[in-house]
Design a protein around this ligand. Sequence first.
Ligand SMILES: *Cc1c(COP(=O)(O)O)cnc(C)c1O
Length: 385
Amino acid sequence: MTMQHVFPTYQRFPFVIEDGQGVHLTDNHGNTYLDFTAGIGVCNFGYHQPQIQQAVAEQLTHIWHTSNLYENDLQDQVAGLLAHGEDRLVYFANSGTEANEAALKLARKYTGKTNILAFQHSFHGRTYGAMSMTGNPHIQAGYAPLVPGISFAPYNDEAALAQITPDLAAVILEVVQGEGGVYAGEQAWLQHVNAKCQATGVLLIIDEVQTGIGRTGYRMAYEGYGLDPDIYTVAKGLANGIPVGAMVGRKQFASAFGPGSHGSTFAGNALAMAAANSVLTQLTPELLAEVRDHAATLWHALETQVAPLPVVKQLTGKGLMVGIHLDEQLPVSQVITQLQAAGLLTLSAGDNTLRLLPPIVMQPDDLLAGVATITQVLSALTTEV
Ligand SMILES: *Cc1c(COP(=O)(O)O)cnc(C)c1O
């Protein structure tokens, strides 16, 4: 069984995920897995979560779609939850790349400037604007010419500060680089970047598509680093699996995003808004405190059991976003396959890195069971290498 009718843009594992319950998934062969992927950081509340399911089921019996030519209370309610009491407005999109596209357009239009500074090993999406801001030549290969005016700086490097100059419209960064290898920004460096942006009149855009919605134990990861972005973008976890994206920017930018300046037919779809409303309502300070607590348990287990293994070079990440950097002798694809056979689903990132993105609602016993499986599989593979 190999897919016949779809462009082969993905390397796919040879089984079908058929259903899920809580933090477990089952495939078409009847195998059950503990899920350390959440899609790719999407299903943060797991599967068949009663409140979200109820909210979407309820919306299904009402209207699914209206154009954006009418007032929309549900959109406004979700936007209000996202703005979180700050002086910010929201633009809805359908994906992470679209949210970043909106941020790029708003930054250029509002500032009247062209240039954008992004970072090496970043990932911002696959459309032309977002891809052009993605610091990975592999992803850009074959698609030239890219969007002009975008340059790159080294991440977590003081040298980057000199590249933040007044000619820039914006700097865009991830607080934890996800696809690039799960590298967390250093707090002092991130704060310097933020301060330099403010001092030079350059907008700071934080891409929270993977790090947001509780992933690092904060509503948005930047809150945990004491940053104040002008614009931030969210998507993956926002509607627990229904396509959605959002760009959140300061209220003063409204002058640049007036009627007709940007838009999307599907954006702010009622089913997505119903799911997002439920997700944001459940993303309480109590839940976030619990996520930080559970993440501490996970990291302790990783540091004591996984870090000492000879095939493990380094552990990186933050909260429930983990990178286990493996020896080049041991291809991460082989590790992922062996973990699947042992009943655990995981992801890869960057150069030979095993990436863990469990649902943020996962309890310590399941987190520890996953670490035990990783320890077991990596130990067995160590003797083979
Ligand atoms: C996944 C991701 C994107 C792209 O989101 P899509 O919904 O796939 O378009 C952008 N930025 C970051 C940081 C991501 O992890």
